[in-house]
Write a protein that binds this ligand. Structure first.
Ligand code: OGA
Ligand code: MN
Length: 214
């Protein structure tokens, strides 16, 4: 099940990333794969395998409920759904490197569950002094999302003065944006909201850990 990166969509993705810093791609991932990923994260939730997400990395990592209220599970490539998804992201990585010379070396990603009331205040995805996350992806896994449930992703301009887009977290939609450039937030959700958030990085490290000093 390859990623449906037709020349037309690829052009739109590249143009939009370069010109605007972000791209919204509805139905990027098939319902079948999205559903398998959703079933997997629901299982982890029932088994108590999700962990509270924190802010920052390594020693500076702290749980900060006023900023971020989601529970996560790092992808480890152990299920066939994950493998298919990771292959598709590898294809995207290749295309981004080929066209934009981004030097992306690896992809790290986690499932995220926002329970009712969950949110993530405005932030950028690359950490101060450790700006190795270059491109962010968010895949949404919410069938039949209703417009009055909240939980939208709000994208801001680089100066953080203007809202550029308010994006509903619909099943199979993939949002791609430049990690350092684009401030964004998740509005409070009234309904459980599931996604896979990932980052293409320009150096290698183990998910969730600071890069080892060279
Ligand atoms: C994040 C994030 C956005 C979303 O996990 O860093 O900003 O829409 N997620 O889930
Ligand atoms: Mn983010």
């Amino acid at each position: 099940m390859p990623l449906d990166l037709t020349p037309k969509i690829l052009d739109q993705l590249l143009d939009s990333l370069v010109e605007n810093g972000w791209f919204e791609w509805p139905n990027a991932i098939t319902d079948e794969l999205s559903q398998s990923l959703l079933t997997e994260v629901e299982k982890y939730d029932l088994e108590g395998e999700l962990q509270r997400a924190g802010i920052g990395r390594g020693k500076t990592r702290q749980i900060h409920q006023g900023v971020r209220q989601d529970s996560i599970y790092w992808l480890n490539g152990k299920s066939s759904a994950q493998q298919t998804y990771l292959k598709q992201m590898a294809e995207m990585q290749y295309q981004l490197n080929y066209a934009l010379f981004l030097g992306l070396l690896e992809y790290e990603s986690h499932f995220a569950l926002y329970r009712a009331g969950g949110f993530y205040k405005k932030h950028r995805d690359s950490f101060r002094g450790n700006a190795n996350r270059v491109v962010t992806t968010v895949l949404y896994l919410n069938p039949n999302w209703q417009n009055d449930w909240g939980g939208e992703l709000v994208i801001y301009n680089e100066e953080s003065t203007k809202k550029l887009a308010i994006i509903t977290p619909e099943m199979g939609k993939l949002v791609v944006f430049m990690s350092e450039q684009i401030p964004h937030e998740v509005l409070p959700t009234k309904h459980p909201r599931v996604s896979v958030t990932g980052w293409f990085r320009c150096n290698a490290s183990i998910a969730g850990n600071i890069d080892p000093a060279l």
